[in-house]
Ligand binder design. Structure first.
Ligand SMILES: *[C@@H]1O[C@H](CO)[C@@H](O)[C@H](O)[C@H]1NC(C)=O
Length: 226
């Protein structure tokens, strides 16, 4: 670990990532190349009784990759959205327990909208993919306890313990939101259709107070030509 990384790591712990919030409306993250240290990160201290995560991404990676991961000191898979390319399965993890969704049309080089919801009481997990609501499946029940690190574009080994290259994401990502509740079906449909919806209260794309690693580029999603 070099000095800069170390300082950054210490800062994250001390300040719980007091990054200056940025409005990323109409913008996207570009993860331009493969690398362990291309990520977007935020540390949070709360526990979760429910979670909703939504994001849009595009990649042409033929291998598996992890667009979103939430880890604790105990588990690298507290809440993870990952594509398993070998088996063509969308893998969702809650508190280390894996749930699989098969038969998705996860085309390369196309934008996909993904939302997942999970409820601690019922343990039910749900995936929405490109506007389609898929079946609810059983996952872990019971609160997941922080502190957490949210990492976009990488799968963290354990909280603050580095990343695994084989899961790194290369591509574009936008509209990343996380709620500590279950978003209603109507609001998720609005998200899928790029209409107005209530922004995330844990991660809010219109007010992103995250640490963006050097190498991740923020650019306009669309360029208007006149
Ligand atoms: C998200 O950010 C917007 C813009 O700053 C703000 O108006 C809104 O209250 C935030 N929403 C939540 C739930 O934090």
């Amino acid at each position: 670990m070099d000095f800069k990384m170390m300082t950054c790591f210490v800062l994250v712990i001390l300040t719980a990532c007091d990054a200056i919030p940025r409005d990323l409306s109409g913008k996207m993250f570009i993860f331009p190349r493969e690398g362990n240290f291309l990520y977007v990160r935020k540390a949070i201290r709360q526990n979760f009784h429910a979670v909703t995560v939504c994001l849009r991404s595009v990649t042409d990676l033929a291998r598996g990759h992890t667009p979103f991961s939430l880890s604790t000191i105990y588990s690298s898979n507290a809440f993870v959205i990952s594509w398993n390319a070998a088996d063509k399965v969308m893998e969702l993890y809650v508190d280390g327990r894996k749930t699989e969704y098969r038969g998705l049309d996860y085309k390369l080089s196309a934008w996909h909208s993904v939302c997942t919801t999970w409820n601690a009481q019922s343990g039910l997990l749900q995936l929405w993919f490109d506007g389609q609501r898929l079946m609810k499946k059983t996952s872990t029940s019971g609160i997941i306890r922080g502190p957490f690190a949210i990492v976009v574009g990488q799968r963290e080994k354990y909280y603050g313990k580095g990343y695994s290259m084989e899961h790194s994401f290369v591509g574009l990502m936008s509209d990343v939101h996380m709620w500590d509740s279950i978003l209603s079906d109507c609001d998720i449909q609005k998200y899928m259709n790029e209409l107005k919806f209530p922004p995330g209260n844990v991660l809010n794309w219109t007010e992103m107070d995250v640490e963006i690693a050097e190498g991740v580029v923020v650019e306009d999603k669309f360029t208007a030509c006149t």
